[in-house]
Design a protein around this ligand. Sequence first.
Ligand code: SUG
Length: 446
Amino acid sequence: MNAVEANFDGLVGLTHNYAGLSEGNLASARNKDMIARPRDAALQGLEKMKRLAARGLPQGVLPPHERPFIPALRRIGFSGGDKAVWERAWREAPEMARRVTAASAMWAANAATVSPSPDCGDGRVHITPANLHTMAHRALESATTTRALRRIFANAERFVVHDALPAHWLLADEGAANHMRLSGEIGAGGLEIFVYGRTGEAGATRHPARQTLDASQSIARMHALSPPRIAFAAQAPAAIEAGAFHNDVVAVAHRNVLLFHEHAFADKQRLLDDIVRGAEGLFDPIFIEISEEETPLADAVASYLFNGQLVSPPGADLMTLILPEEARENPSARSAVEHLTAPNGPIGRFEFLDLRQSMRNGGGPACLRLRVELSPEELAAVTPGFFLTEGLAAQLASWIRRHYRETLAPSDLRDPAIITETRAALDELTRVLPLGSNFYEFQRDG
Ligand code: SUG
């Protein structure tokens, strides 16, 4: 048996909605207050997981978080029963009430940064949950994410799940969305690339730069990576301005392939030189650059051409690129895709998926997944029950159909019934996924 690259996807939560919470994420701003379809959103995400599992790729599931998250409102002074807290928050701080309903934990690329064991000094897989410090609604995620990752990667001989970095502006961290890895083969040692939007200095960009160099350096240290096998690269401010709030909107890496937009990095040549140097003796990198002329940044951001999942299905000679429908519909993205699969390249096929519900909040295929490379022994050491089987997929589909609302308008969120409804569903989920009966805060209160 060989090592694998597993994808852990965030199951879309029951309160999936469009609140326009993420400045600099153009889709989130554009679709603010649109009526959301949580059931479709969750089924679209599940369909993607099933598609990858059907290709023979190990597919894990990360649970949605408790939303609305009443404890966060208590922390800022709302008191009384849950219903009273909820009603008063909507009257006095409606923006806060909306933040605590965000289902944004679905975008698992922001859950953590993962370094596979061949890269790490102690030979274990290192995982650092992201503090998601920049956006108030996302900063709520790290505690639950840490708990979930510690359940799944509980075996301390094989895995280390660190604490998230301190929640400070200097250490703002958005996880794997700003981290890439290149290697010869899955399971072999590789080069880890950390992409950051800013240093400690005040932002040079109008939109927030969410990842700092200090955060990236801290993670490289915590994971005990070998300095010759690390590269740091600044995102191009122009990319952030164009709506690439995470690097994975303009670049993706898989095995020895780096696919990126001409304007993704502040100093492209330096990064490519660093990669060539860092790869020495390990692998030959393949760079695939898409020019501004072929696909302007604006189209890259609108189509999520670079937010695909580049995967190596077992038994296939060439890689597959899994893209959102939007990349098929955008003419300049579509033409780039056709060039990508030209003969002699590393990518053999592409597939398109309907992820429109997530896309309207700026989340494409690659946003929804956290990659974890695992040796056969590590795969066997993962807590059983979190990988998608046909049985688990059927159970999740039935759970979604029974509990998710078909539509959710902004005004529906105020309904206090949403608290009991979501808790009943999540309580049941802790038996579908082996999370235990004290995973969510509401399960611990009594
Ligand atoms: O952090 N959207 C997410 C999208 C994250 C996409 N992830 C990656 N690129 N890896 C964000 O901006 C919008 C929520 C709202 O507006 O309702 C939101 O949080």
